[in-house]
Design a protein around this ligand. Structure first.
Ligand code: ADP
Length: 550
């Protein structure tokens, strides 16, 4: 209400001061004026009365004058005296007028109290006071009626300004009357609309940015100048092994313990330069990251933003590629050197050496076969890796492929006294390439035979799982694979025991081919092995539903 309004109180206070000053001024002038006017009036009256009485006194003998004075004073309710000319007034609180008496050298002095003047002044002042009071009341009412709607509108404006970003704010704005407050309301309405548009745009941009950052494969981390985390996306959390939801403005040290990363961010914040480094992040189990950190300027100071790009796989691929080229060269060099060496020996007289010439030629032939094996395996691999579409896949019977593969390795197994045991063979079918699948099974059986001991056993069996997959297991009780080599045996040219592999005619490409063939057919392969005890390869392939027979 207006009484609580500061504007109203200020207005009231000022009005009171103005009213009081006006009252004092009016009172001062009215008192002065009334006093003078009343005194003058009394003086005139007394003057007239003096003249009349002096005329009367002229007819009175001198000795009777004192008695006449007394009578006249009583009759006219005034004080009368006859004395020397220009005698002084009788007292200060009365007005005296002297009139000369004709014939005698005396004055007739009549005087009257000034009480009537004071009474007249009091009456005037009383009326002024009453009038002032009425004016004060009217002023109060006028101010109240004037301030009330203004106060209400100001309150509305205040609420609307406070809730500018609230959509309900517009509804609370006061009506737009054609005055200054109406102008303010109009401006506020416009500002509110612009502000809301701006906020909507900002929130859209922010959610877009959030979505982009969240879906990024790269880890993103932003810190402020005090090393408080401003933002970090899920990939970053995953990379350094922390929970996905990071509390707001948590200290970087509580989140990141990696000295390399901390050092990099500190440097960027201090020096304000972009730095790019390859960092192995401790928490990320040996993964390698390329971290690009750049300064992040804000109003409060300079922070930093770091983008972590996981290059572990890239690095590995690079290494594998380099190794591959080196391995191919190395693999080719040995048989080529042997062929060249023995050919030279033959030419340098070896041909005439009846005891050895045949052996030399056989060695050349063996290395030739090896070169051929490497070349054909490389060809198969490159075909598989090229991703070129082959002929459309056909239904392949697993049991059929296994039987064909068994026929291929049979003689080798017999030669090495290895027992081939065929367990349950399921008659399910898979979708793929018959020749390739046979080759994959041959490679696995061949390894199981070659990396075995005399009287060893190789077992093969299949089963149709409830998941709709066919499981093919090839196990042996041969030499086994050391656990540290297990993760690498599917790499090209990787061999656990190089000498033995070479001796048994291996190229180191067999398992790579197996993995590629299975991947092409939507399958997978797993290996378990105990060094010195045996190895078990488990293949899973999606089974083809049996065709509907009429
Ligand atoms: P290779 O041509 O040498 O057989 P593979 O790629 O087929 O090459 O196999 C890679 C390596 O894995 C082999 O050199 C061998 O050391 C090991 N290996 C594969 N299968 C077996 C197995 N059944 N038992 C023991 N070692 C095996």
């Amino acid at each position: 209400m207006p009484f609580q309004s500061r504007i109203f109180r200020k207005l009231l206070w000022r009005a009171c001061v103005v009213l009081l000053l006006t009252f004092l001024a009016v009172e001062y002038y009215a008192r002065d004026y009334t006093q003078q006017r009343e005194t003058e009036h009394l003086r005139e009256e007394l003057g007239k009365l003096g003249l009349a009485l002096s005329a009367e006194a002229a007819n009175i003998p001198e000795e009777q004058l004192p008695a006449w004075v007394n009578q006249t004073a009583e009759r006219c309710h005034i004080r009368v005296a006859v004395g020397a000319i220009a005698s002084a007034p009788l007292d200060s609180n009365s007005l005296a007028v002297a009139t000369p008496l004709p014939g005698i050298k005396r004055d007739l002095t009549i005087s009257e109290s000034l009480a009537s003047v004071d009474q007249a002044v009091s009456r005037v002042l009383w009326r002024i006071a009453v009038a002032s009071l009425i004016v004060a009341c009217v002023t109060l009412i006028v101010i109240y009626l004037f301030a009330r709607p203004i106060t209400v509108r100001i309150r509305q404006l205040q609420r609307a300004a406070e809730g500018l970003i609230d959509p309900r704010a517009l509804g609370e704005l006061p009506s737009e009357e054609p005055d200054e407050l109406g102008d303010v309301a109009r401006s506020l309405r416009r500002v509110s609309r612009q502000l809301r548009d701006l906020l909507e745009k900002l929130s859209l941009e922010s959610s877009q940015r959030q979505a982009i950052l969240s879906s990024m494969v790269e880890g993103v981390l932003a810190v402020d100048q005090d090393f408080h985390v401003v933002f970090c996306n899920e990939s970053f959390a995953a990379a350094i092994g922390i929970p996905v939801s990071v509390p707001e403005r948590v200290r970087l040290l509580e989140l990141v313990r990696d000295p390399g990363l901390l050092d990099l961010l500190t440097k960027v914040v201090r020096e304000g330069e972009t730095i790019k480094r390859r960092l192995p992040v401790n928490a990320a189990e040996g993964r390698l990251f390329e971290v690009q950190a750049a300064p992040l300027a804000s109003a409060s100071g300079r922070g930093a933003v770091a983008i972590l790009h996981d290059i572990t796989d890239l690095e590995r691929l690079e290494r594998v590629r380099k190794d591959f080229v080196a391995n191919v060269s190395h693999e080719l060099r040995t048989p080529l050197a042997a062929i060249r060496g023995y050919a030279e020996t033959l030419l340098d007289g070896g041909l005439e050496d009846q005891r050895n010439n045949r052996r030399f030629v056989e060695i050349i032939q063996a290395h030739g076969i090896r070169l051929n094996n490497i070349a054909s395996d490389l060809l198969v691999l490159s075909e598989l890796e090229s991703g070129r579409p082959e002929a459309p896949p056909t239904r392949v019977s697993i049991a059929g492929a296994i039987e064909a593969a068994l026929r291929t390795v049979e003689s080798e197994a017999r030669l090495r006294s290895i027992n081939l045991v065929v367990g349950h063979l399921d008659n399910s079918e898979v979708l793929g390439y018959k020749i390739r699948l046979e080759q994959a099974i041959v490679n696995l059986l061949d390894n199981a035979v070659k990396f075995n001991r005399p009287q060893g056993e190789v077992r093969i069996e299949t089963a149709l799982l409830t998941t709709g997959k066919v499981r093919l297991v090839i196990s042996d009780n041969g030499v086994g694979i050391p656990s540290e080599d297990l993760p690498r045996i599917f790499e090209r040219f990787y061999r656990v025991d190089k000498a033995r592999s070479r001796e048994v005619g291996g190229t180191g490409l067999g398992l790579s081919i197996v993995r590629h063939v299975l991947e092409r057919m939507g399958g997978s392969i797993q290996v378990e092995s105990q060094f010195g005890k045996g190895t078990k390869f488990t293949i899973l392939l999606p089974a083809e539903p049996a065709p509907v027979s009429n």
